[in-house]
Structures are given as C-alpha cells and as structure tokens.
Design a protein around this ligand. Structure first.
Ligand SMILES: [Zn+2]
Ligand SMILES: [Zn+2]
Length: 510
C-alpha cells in the first residue's frame, strides 16, 4: 500500500468540564473577541465609506483600507487612549479596563477574522471565491452569534490525558480523553516531510524558506496551532484544537479499496444513500424521532414568562434536544462515510447544492410536502456527508469525483447513456429509458450514472470540464446570469479572476 508522510492540519475537539470561574473567563473572552471583531469590521467599513466619499467628490481615493496588522496596531492604540464609559457604573476611564483581563491573542485573532470577512466579501464579488455568493460581513450580536474565541502560543498546552491549559484561564478539565493527541505530541520531532518531498536531504541542504521546518529539517510530530473555544447551543463549552500533524497519508488504494472498485453514490431524501452496487442506507431520521419531544419542549418554552428563570430552563431543554440530535446525526454520517471511503477505490457523488434545493427546488410542490422534504433534507446532512467523503478520501487513498452541479444525472440512462428530455416525475420509483427500454429503480439508476462519471465515462458531467464550478470560478447560480442584476456567468467571472498583487493589503477596495 503506497504511503507517504505529509504534514496536515487536523482538528481535535474536546468537550470541556470547566469550573464556574473558568466559564466566566470563557464568557469574558468570547465577549472581548466579539467586541474586537465588530470593532474591526467597523474600522474597515469606515475606511471604505471614506474612499467612496472621495470617489463621489471626484478625487482619487487615498484612504487606506486597514489590513490585519493595521487593525492590530490601531486596536492597541485605541484600548490605551480612548475614553471608555462603563455601561453599568457610568465610570469614565482613559483606556479600556476590561481589555487586559483577557488573552491578547484573542483580540488579534478576532481582528484577523474581521479583515478576512471583508476580504471574502470582496473576493466573492470579484469572482475569486468558489461557492455561493458571500454577503457583506455582519456584526456579531450577544445571544445571537455563537460565543467563541481563539487562543494560541506557548501557553496553549495539552497537560495530560484529561487537562488542557489555556492562556489567562489556566488548566481546564476535559470531559473526553486527550490521550490520542497527547501520544502524538509526546513523540517529539521527526524529519520534515515537506523538505523530503522536494528531494532535499533534511538537516543538510534544507532550504531556509521551507515553511514547515524553517531550515532545521526537523518538525514536531504534532504541533498545536490554535485552540478555538466555543459554547454550544446547549450551553456547554468545548475546545477545537487545530494541530499540525505529520501523518501517514495513503496515496493509493488499499487491497480492500481496490476490491471495492468504483462506486456511484446517490444521496437522497427517501433513502439516505443508494449505491450503484445496489446497497441502500436508510435515514437514521434522528430529528423525526425527537420531533414529539421537541414540540413538547417548544410548547413549554412558549408558555413561560419572558425573562424568567423557568424560561431559561425551558430554552436550555430545547437546545439540549437539538444538540443531541445533531450529535447523533454527525456520528451516523461519520460511520457511513468512513465505510464508503475505506472500501472503495473511487466514489462518484452528485454535486447539487443542498441549500439551493431546499430553498428553490421544486417550487411547484405543495408547501406542506416541501416543508417535510426540507426537514428530512436538513436532517440527512447531505452537504456534510459529501464534505466528509471528500476530506476522508484525501487521507485514505480514495478518489471522489463530484459531478457538476447542473449535471442531468437523474435523467440519464445508466445502460445506454441517453438523456431523457423530461425528468422522471418525483412520484415515480422506476426509471424507464425511452431509448433502450432499460428499467430499474431511479435512485439506483442515478448511482450507476455517478459511478460512470467517476470512471470518466461522462466527460460532460465532470465538475471542471463543464465550467460550472472549477477551483476558482463561482458557480451555483440556478438562474441564467443575465437575469440577475449585475450578473456575470461563472465562466466570465473566472476569466476576470486574478490573485491579489504585490503590495495589496488583501482587502481590495469596492
Ligand atoms: Zn522542511
Ligand atoms: Zn437507455
């Protein structure tokens, strides 16, 4: 089995068992991060407005749009010199007193995120970003946005199998064992796989500019890059540790995968997955199972007095139920995708946009039917499923071929390749080919077509070749580009795309 050592980023998530005092520190950090994020968004918005004003006055805009480093500098100055009025006591101070209570890197990370949000917005508008159009960055709001913050640096440590250490907060107990990660960290360092891949002899003629080892030829087996602490909807705090790990990545298929060969996977609402091999995986339908209990909890919540303790409790109960469903769902999806990836060499999946389908798909269907379908669609976690297939495949020597999002896979005959003019009506279970007379389960038919796509037999359905969505072009428009205001086809947007030039802050002007 071909194996290669590679440096990859991996996330380890641990639920935290924090003391009340630590939870208060978490809330304080999250509040600080939210404030800094909004502050950063506002600074950039002001700079953009100033540029706009200069433009309308007929001048060449000279106001610089601040990047991450500019924001950090401005923040440091702002927190020391501004006049701050305490909202509770009304006390006025020079400098913002609460800033020093939290870890400084938290603010830097929030400002970086603010700059990145604006950059994504402009990149998306200019066609430099794949996927759905990104909206103008919005301010975070307490209670509405998820409470979270980031930490990094030497004070971020995995202490032992049940404790992590965070800057300013100290040692926090984890619910789950960190043993797997700890074992990797304690392995110390190893030869740099990045240098090795370029044919350098690590430690001897290693280039200084190697991004992984900076010329030393050695890298830690596992290095903590950052930790993101966030509060789930059920009120519990958890930490996601982003770790750079030297891992063995399978670059080719294993015996088991080779024996499994190529498979097409139809993702759907009625059964979760139908494979071209005829296997069928039903929906776990966790949400459906919890629906009665959720409805009861929801009703109890509605009866409570706003702002009361009882209401808070009832809200927590609703949130807990939702969190439980989400956990079960994630678990089921992981098991399914692992199984598919480990036992096949190549997988073909459909590329349609799940959210688009939920929003606009089959507008002619009665509202009730659509609502039920969308609920199942959300419960099925299809987007996540596809994403997991892709990311796991990259690690385990399997190839995933995503069909173009507009590909007529559902209308194509898997026996002769003829495309039906009319789609198969939604209520029909069988696919009958008018050309060759082949007849079979419609989902099985689609899965077989997808398998053919994965084998490269339907070139026109390939994601890249159709121009619908390649690496950089934005796709996903259901309506023709001309109908949208200011619309451009994704191909045109692709042609216009360019990487940011030298000296650009990364935040292009409007
Ligand atoms: Zn290196
Ligand atoms: Zn046919």
């Amino acid at each position: 089995m071909p194996v290669e050592q590679r440096l990859v980023q991996q996330a380890y998530v641990f639920a935290l068992d924090a003391t009340p005092r630590q939870q208060r520190a978490f809330a304080s950090h999250a509040g600080g991060a939210r404030f800094a994020y909004n502050w950063g968004l506002q600074r950039i918005a002001e700079a953009l407005d100033a540029r706009q004003a200069e433009k309308t006055a007929g001048l060449k805009p000279t106001t610089r749009v601040p990047g991450h480093f500019d924001l950090c500098k401005a923040w440091t100055q702002w927190k020391d010199t501004t006049e701050w009025t305490d909202r509770n006591t009304g006390e006025v101070t020079v400098g913002v007193p609460w800033v020093a209570r939290n870890f400084v890197g938290t603010y830097q990370a929030a400002l970086r995120d603010a700059a990145a949000a604006w950059k994504r917005f402009f990149d998306s508008r200019a066609g430099r970003l794949a996927g759905r159009r990104v909206g103008r960055p919005r301010f975070k709001k307490k209670g509405r946005s998820r409470a979270s913050f980031q930490v990094h640096g030497a004070q971020l440590q995995v202490v032992d199998a049940h404790h992590v250490k965070l800057p300013k907060v100290g040692v926090v107990k984890t619910h789950e064992s960190t043993r797997k990660l700890l074992r990797r960290i304690r392995k110390g360092d190893t030869t740099c796989p990045t240098c090795k891949a370029t044919g350098q002899v690590p430690g001897k003629d290693t280039p200084k500019k190697c991004p992984a080892c900076k010329g030393s030829g050695r890298v830690p087996v596992a290095r903590l890059v950052r930790g993101t602490v966030s509060q789930g909807s059920d009120g519990r705090w958890s930490i996601a540790l982003t770790v750079e790990v030297v891992r063995e990545i399978r670059t080719g298929p294993s015996d088991r995968q080779r024996a499994g060969g190529t498979i097409g996977v139809d993702l759907g609402v009625r059964s979760l997955v139908v494979t071209s091999a005829g296997e069928q995986f039903e929906h776990p339908r966790h949400l459906e199972a919890a629906l009665d209990r959720l409805a009861a909890a929801q009703r109890a919540l509605a009866r409570c007095q706003p702002g009361s303790r009882r209401r808070a409790k009832a809200a927590a109960r609703v949130a807990r139920l939702h969190a439980r469903v989400a956990n079960l769902r994630r678990d089921a999806t992981h098991k399914l995708t692992s199984r598919l990836v480990h036992s096949h060499e190549r997988i073909g999946v459909e590329g349609w946009d799940v959210q688009q389908t939920a929003q606009r798909g089959s507008a002619d269907v009665p509202k009730r039917v659509r609502r039920d379908r969308n609920r199942v669609l959300a419960d099925a976690n299809l987007g996540e499923l596809r994403w997991q297939l892709q990311s796991k495949a990259a690690w385990y020597g399997c190839q995933v071929q995503v069909a173009d999002r507009h590909a007529a896979t559902g209308r194509t005959c898997s026996a002769c390749g003829q495309v039906r003019v009319k789609p198969v009506p939604p209520f029909e279970e069988q696919f009958t080919c008018p050309a060759c007379g082949w007849c079979g389960d419609r989902r099985w038919n689609t899965a077989r077509v997808l398998a053919a796509v994965a084998r490269g037999e339907h070139q026109q359905y390939d994601d890249a070749s159709s121009g619908g969505e390649s690496l950089n072009a934005r796709g996903g428009d259901v309506r023709p580009a001309a109908l949208r205001r200011g619309g451009r086809s994704s191909l045109k947007r692709e042609a216009r795309a360019r990487p940011p030039g030298r000296g650009e802050t990364g935040i292009p002007g409007p």
